[in-house]
Design a protein around this ligand. Structure first.
Ligand SMILES: [Mg+2]
Length: 210
């Protein structure tokens, strides 16, 4: 029996729901309104911090003394019920998976709970691992993955990681996990299998023989 580690945004609901652009816009607003960074510099700074630290927030903490809790509360302050609705199909698929299920997200626990509630999935996951799991170090850095394995008392090969970003699955694969990409495959060696939607996860598991 495996433990299923699910990413949240663009994995448990499709990218077309356009939740991510809303968060993106709030990150930009936070940087220009609160940090007074000129609007034309925001994009390049975000790209730089993403490249250097894996997340905009980490760069803002290091270079602008941003309080991560303040940042997380601001950027995830969204009324998600306007964008997401209960997904009974996904619910029954997840419910039928034999094994523990957890969420692993680079967002906050509060955001994860709002998303899961909007999707009608809030009672299906044993634990939510958020950006605080390893002191605000995000995926794809290995620290939060190792912390999750430690807390769940599991080894990599006992887990199936499901994520829409191939980079996040690379770390999972290095730790011996099975990896399922939500999306289309583009020949990444660290992706075991891919399906276009989370509700089709069983097809991936059958292919993997697990
Ligand atoms: Mg995602």
């Amino acid at each position: 029996m495996k433990t299923y580690i699910f990413d949240l945004d663009n994995t448990l609901y499709p990218e077309e729901k356009n939740v991510f652009p809303l968060i993106d816009a709030r990150i930009n607003a936070y940087m220009s309104h609160y940090l007074k960074i000129p609007a034309e510099e925001v994009d390049s700074l975000r790209r730089r911090y993403l490249r250097l630290y894996g997340a905009t927030m980490k760069g803002l903490m290091l270079h602008h003394r941003v309080d991560p809790e303040d940042f997380l509360a601001y950027v995830h302050d969204l009324d998600l019920t306007r964008f997401l609705e209960p997904n009974p199909g996904l619910r029954s698929v997840l419910h039928s998976l034999p094994g523990r299920k957890v969420v692993f997200t680079n967002a906050s626990l509060e955001h994860a709970l709002r998303v899961l509630q909007a999707l009608g999935l809030e009672d299906l996951f044993e634990h939510i691992f958020d950006i605080r799991t390893a002191g605000y170090t995000p995926k794809p850095f290995s620290e939060p993955y190792l912390e999750i394995l430690r807390r769940l008392e599991l080894f990599g090969p006992e887990c199936v990681m499901v994520d829409d970003l191939p980079d996040n699955l690379r770390t999972a694969k290095k730790l011996g996990m099975y990896t399922v990409l939500i999306g289309t495959t583009d020949g990444h060696g660290h992706v075991d299998c891919c399906v276009p939607r989370a509700c089709r996860i069983r097809e991936a598991l059958e292919k993997l023989g697990i």
